[in-house]
Design a binder for this molecule. Structure first.
Ligand code: NAD
Length: 292
């Protein structure tokens, strides 16, 4: 099967590396960033040269792109050049309404679109244990199970197209709200003057632990906010989750608060840093650093 991969960033890069290794065949790749393409071709992938060439020469295409806007632009180009029968898996975190629309538009061209977001972060993309959720035709999911398993540890067929994006947005609503409250909690500990390393050890072994909390410690307090899951992308995800809640009439109480804090962090210029840079908002307001 001829496979193409578009978007070789923090997540797409390692997923593509594992795909190449797992299927043991050449995979055509494309990214706007030549360094990202070079890193993959050094590992056995083949540079497509253009998105049109990749679309025309692949039977299965994976895309891992920052925002719905990027996905729409790339999907339009794929629609213009792919052959009928092509299957497109969108690994990005996207809006359910957008993926449903893309599914319809591409179906008119004989292209099958499935939303296939992932959860677990960069570390689990690297060790191929990432959790993949898929929305769309189940028979198509089943047919591609082996390819999906080459770069992910768990594959869940959630339901019709859009359902996987709902699951992903709910998941990220939890992790991002946990992360923001973890930042606030660490600042409380710092301001109250207790030993932060002891506070962290207690929480990591106690009931306050969470993936969001661990991110604040590892990528924020210890990691210098180096972008792993960029604040701009986290803000996009939580914004989509808040919109989804509004669309279904769910009272928005918690997530909009976290979103407002993330908006402040972006306003302070941290959008390109890691999402844990929400901690820097508290640090700036309090005039104290929270570091281990
Ligand atoms: P990233 O910004 O590191 O990578 C995106 C890549 O897409 C970049 O290499 C960029 O050059 C490329 N790109 C952008 N527009 C393009 C185009 N038109 N054609 C070709 N390439 C293009 O982002 P990421 O962290 O890898 O995230 C990718 C997706 O996965 C996002 O939707 C994000 O929300 C989701 N996600 C991220 C994480 C995480 O921890 N980083 C975890 C789960 C899901």
């Amino acid at each position: 099967m001829r496979i193409g991969f578009v978007g070789l960033g923090n997540m797409g890069g390692p997923m593509c590396r594992n795909l190449v290794k797992g299927v043991n065949q050449e995979v055509m790749v494309h990214d706007l960033n030549p360094a990202a393409v070079a890193a993959r071709t050094a590992e056995g992938a083949k540079a497509a040269g253009s998105l049109a060439a990749l679309a025309g020469g692949s039977e299965v295409i994976f895309i891992s792109l920052p925002t719905p806007r990027h996905v729409e632009a790339v999907a339009a180009e794929i629609a213009a050049h792919a052959r009928p029968g092509t299957v497109l898996f969108d690994l990005s975190t996207n809006a359910p309404a957008v993926v449903k629309r893309l599914h319809e538009e591409l179906a008119a061209k004989g292209i099958t679109f499935l939303d296939a977001p992932v959860t677990g972060g960069v570390a689990r993309a690297e060790d191929a244990s990432i959790v993949l959720m898929v929305g769309g035709e189940e028979a198509v999911f089943d047919r591609h199970r082996a390819i999906l398993a080459s770069f992910s540890g768990t594959q869940v067929h959630v339901g019709p197209v859009g359902s996987a994006s709902v699951a992903k947005l709910v998941n990220n609503m939890l992790v991002l709200c946990n992360m923001v409250v973890a930042a606030e909690g660490m600042m409380v500990g710092r301001a109250a003057g207790i030993d932060l390393s002891k506070l962290v050890a207690i929480i990591q072994n106690g009931s306050g632990d969470s993936v969001g909390f661990r991110g604040i410690v590892a990528r924020g307090m210890q990691g210098g906010f180096k972008p792993n899951f960029a604040l701009d992308l986290a803000y996009k995800d939580l914004g989509l989750a808040v919109e989804l809640a509004a669309e279904h009439g769910v009272p928005g109480l918690m997530a909009p608060q976290a979103l407002a804090l993330m908006r402040m962090a972006r306003g302070m210029g941290y959008g390109g840093l890691d999402s844990t840079s929400v901690l820097k908002v508290y640090e700036t307001l309090m005039g104290q650093e929270v570091r281990l």
